[in-house]
Design a protein around this ligand. Structure first.
Ligand code: DQA
Length: 145
């Protein structure tokens, strides 16, 4: 059985490719999902790619990953900067966690410089565009090997 890696996406990322393309680029979330699935096949893992605009749904998926997930790649979007609840859920997950941001949050408004999720993440990738997801997936797999 291949190991399962969750790739979780927070609010507004369903609009990827349409919202603020100057910041987030023109690729859609479906494109990112396809890229991750292709890379996962190459790396010999399975991915479950999910997006929600709701904090509780993301927390429920992290709980599900406790049951069947080997690792988590997460772009918590705006919840990065606000959600102690997502941090707590990730703290209850034992496998590797990599946090991804498409934009370089450190080059942006001050409120984006703090991440609750970084208190748990084993690595953080920011400002590498949507390629950051593939970098994160590679890192998760090397941590799992
Ligand atoms: C983001 C950065 C966050 O600050 C923002 O709220 C997002 C996307 C990124 O991928 O660059 O929605 O996580």
């Amino acid at each position: 059985m291949p190991k399962l890696v969750y790739i979780l996406n927070g609010p507004n990322l369903n609009l990827l490719g349409k919202r603020q393309p100057d910041i987030y680029g023109s690729e859609t979330l479906d494109d990112v999902e396809g890229d991750c699935a292709a890379l996962a096949a190459e790396l010999g893992v399975e991915t479950r790619f999910l997006q929600s605009n709701t904090e509780g749904q993301i927390i429920d998926w992290i709980h599900q990953a406790r049951e069947d997930g080997a690792g988590i790649v997460i772009n918590p979007a705006a919840y990065t900067h606000t959600s102690v609840a997502i941090l707590d859920a990730l703290n209850a997950f034992d496998g590797p966690v990599i946090e991804v941001h498409i934009s370089n949050v450190h080059k942006r408004e001050g409120f984006r410089h703090h991440s609750y999720v970084s208190l748990r993440a084993d690595g953080v990738i920011a400002g590498c565009g949507t390629e950051g997801y593939r970098l994160a997936l590679r890192r998760i797999v090397s941590l799992l090997d």
